[in-house]
Design a protein around this ligand. Structure first.
Ligand code: F42
Length: 148
């Protein structure tokens, strides 16, 4: 069952616009990071404080049909708000191109995180630079189909 509620667009214009074009085109436009050709997914999440619906473009990191999302925020010293949202409410909606599916986010640690981190850096090499740029360990969460 998808998240419902009042959508609050991102305060960042380029993010807001990418989400708008991605959704208006049914996931056929604005599906890459600018003109890099690197694929982007949209993760709909619930604001931990506001309860509002947030839509966050993130790099596509996928292996055998399972996606991971990386709270890099360009190597900023603090986690992005969407990370706190997804920890508070793990039910998210993943849009990868035209496909929209409910997913449960689970943060990974240790060897499992190492494996997904390797996959993430392969999909989007700048993640490695972002980790070098910050003391914080960049969180990695896998998105799994809801049970049942
Ligand atoms: N960010 C990543 O972290 N990883 C990626 O792989 C990634 C890829 C990517 C590709 C394309 C693109 O356009 C953007 C991409 N981004 C990526 C950037 C990402 O989409 C986010 O903009 C960024 O990670 C920052 O996330 P954020 O959740 O901090 O968003 C900010 C800009 C934002 O929207 N802030 C809102 C605001 O009003 O300023 C608040 C959002 C929010 O969730 N608020 C909470 C709530 O309850 O509603 C309360 C927060 C609080 O505690 O006050």
């Amino acid at each position: 069952m998808p998240l419902t509620g009042e959508y609050e667009p991102s305060s960042q214009e380029w993010v807001r616009e990418q989400v708008a074009r991605y959704e208006a085109s049914g996931g056929t436009e604005a599906t890459t990071l600018l003109d890099t050709g690197m694929p982007v997914v949209i993760v709909t999440n619930r604001g931990a404080r506001s309860g509002k619906i947030r839509k966050t473009p993130l790099m596509q990191v996928e292996h055998d049909g399972i996606h991971a999302i990386v709270a890099s925020q360009g190597g900023a010293p603090t986690h992005p708000y969407w990370y706190a949202n997804v920890v508070a409410e793990p039910l998210v909606e993943l849009q990868d191109g035209p496909r929209k599916e409910d997913r449960i986010a689970r943060e990974v640690h240790g060897a499992e995180r190492d494996l997904w981190w390797e996959r993430a850096v392969e999909a989007y090499p700048p993640y490695a630079d972002y980790q070098k740029a910050t003391e914080r360990v960049i969180p990695v969460l896998v998105l799994e189909p809801p049970a049942g």
